[in-house]
Design a protein around this ligand. Structure first.
Ligand code: AMP
Length: 453
């Protein structure tokens, strides 16, 4: 299917897609839309960046367009659960975008912001509610929301929800839903627990997959620069000056490291902002808006904070620190090269990170070309102002050829488990429905945890 016109979507939805310049459905959309539009349950293996949001949003919107009755008070007709605030907010934005020509009432229920406005938004009922599990449970517990009118349930990034300890929450939520419903589950990986969950919650699901995790990186020009730890700040400035940056996402392993990078870039005259778990929700929203609009072109992030960041036009991902979990590398670089665009991923690797690099190369089954080794305080990179636009000619971004190291080509041992930098993060104390009102707990969506120090 190479056009959206072939799926039988309602005209107002097609109009919105045309306005967004969506011409060709992505692979996951082509595969998921027919069964989902036919009302079937579905399990989709796809990561962020594959177009999976539209793959579940369009069938939901189409159902609401075909049957436009008002929702019951304090209820929702479609419920989308996602693990993080950022991802939930982006999914909600997507629904509003694709549904802008429909009379769609929608709401976003995430932690970290006062609940009052969410309670009011649900008062009259909504067509679509996008939520993180913890806040959803709070709303149900306080009778601000009933789940017995849900016609479609979406579980997005199911493997992340598992990593973040939300599975019991999800089971409890699903137990409150009508049995006769459509369930769409999306996950980047399919560990045993997710397959088991799908077996419990889905009925004869259609199974569709986009590009598997280890091969998503193919459109991205990747390279590594071997360096001393001490030379990294200088190296980053050089790379940002030398590369045709449209938007760069720079990953550090720790929150502290992210702030340090912002400061060292400021000293070199490069404006950058950081996003991590110590920032308030409003700070994060402000930073994301500045990055999205292009006012800030360099964003420093930790893995957990970066989850769900979905910004088009990220031309470069820079791994200032290599991740110790190889899957995080694939998730990180997947932030560039979205929806068919090309992207560049540059990784700084110091001596202590050599093992991490080896594991990454095993996972992606290729060795990363190395260029421009830096030791000490080197300065000789070509000077270009930050930020300039990328050239139309993609070859200008081709990785510099350098020392190519042959790494082990072992089987992808780690891919199956979907291990996450966040393993153990936010293990929530269930059952929440039984929890004392006002009892303190971690905000499930708060991006703090093991990987973010
Ligand atoms: P997602 O995986 O849903 O987060 O989508 C990744 C990005 O691709 C988002 O910025 C979408 O706006 C964009 N996108 C999704 N589907 C299409 C499409 N068919 N054509 C062009 N862009 C798309």
């Amino acid at each position: 299917m190479n056009s959206f016109n072939t799926f039988g979507l309602a005209a107002p939805i097609l109009r919105a897609l045309a306005e967004e310049n969506y011409v060709t459905p992505t692979a996951i959309q082509s595969k998921a839309l027919p069964p989902a539009l036919a009302g079937r349950d579905l399990i989709g293996i796809a990561q962020t960046g594959t177009g999976k949001t539209a793959a579940f949003a369009l069938p939901i919107l189409n159902r609401l367009a075909a049957d436009p009755r008002s929702p019951e008070k304090k209820s929702c007709r479609a419920l989308v659960l996602s693990p993080t605030r950022e991802l939930s907010a982006q999914i909600h934005d997507s629904f509003r975008t694709y549904g802008r020509h429909l009379r769609l009432a929608s709401a976003l229920a995430i932690g970290g912001v006062p609940i009052g406005r969410q309670v009011r938004a649900l008062m009259g009922g909504v067509g679509v509610l996008v939520a993180t599990p913890g806040r959803l449970i709070d709303l149900v517990r306080t009778n601000a929301l009933r789940l017995n009118g849900v016609e479609t349930l979406v579980l997005d990034e199911a493997d992340r929800m598992l990593d973040m300890g939300f599975i019991q929450d999800i089971r409890a939520i699903v137990a409150k839903l009508p049995v006769a419903r459509q369930t769409l589950m999306f996950s980047a990986t399919m560990p045993r627990e997710i397959a088991a969950l799908a077996g419990e919650m889905l009925r004869e699901p259609a199974q569709v997959a986009a590009t598997p995790v280890a091969t998503t990186a193919e459109r991205i020009a990747q390279r590594v620069i071997h360096t001393d730890r001490a030379a990294k700040p200088r190296l980053l400035v050089e790379v940002l000056r030398a590369e045709p940056i449209e938007r760069a996402l720079v990953f550090t392993r720790t929150k502290h490291g992210a702030d340090k990078v912002v400061r060292s870039l400021a000293k070199a005259g490069v404006e950058a902002e950081a996003i991590h778990g110590n920032k308030s929700q409003s700070q994060r929203e402000r930073v994301m808006a500045a990055f999205r609009s292009g006012r800030v072109r360099v964003l420093i992030a930790t893995d957990i904070a970066a989850r769900g960041i979905d910004v088009d036009g990220v031309s470069h991902v820079i791994n200032y620190d290599l991740p110790n979990i190889p899957e995080s590398y694939v998730h990180r670089i997947g932030r560039t090269a979205r929806a068919g665009a090309e992207g560049v991923a540059i990784s700084f690797c110091d001596a202590e990170e050599a093992d991490y690099l080896r594991n990454i190369e095993k996972l992606i089954r290729k060795s990363l070309p190395a260029s421009g080794e830096r030791r000490g305080a080197s300065t000789s990179a070509p000077q270009r102002s930050v930020p300039s636009r990328p050239p139309a000619d993609a070859s200008a971004r081709a990785p510099a050829t350098g020392r190519r190291r042959q790494r082990g080509r072992g089987r992808d041992a780690a891919a199956e488990g979907g291990a996450s930098a966040a393993a153990g993060e936010g293990r929530s104390a269930w059952p929440r429905f039984l929890r004392r009102p006002g009892a303190t707990r971690r905000d499930p969506a708060a991006p703090t945890g093991a990987a973010e120090r």
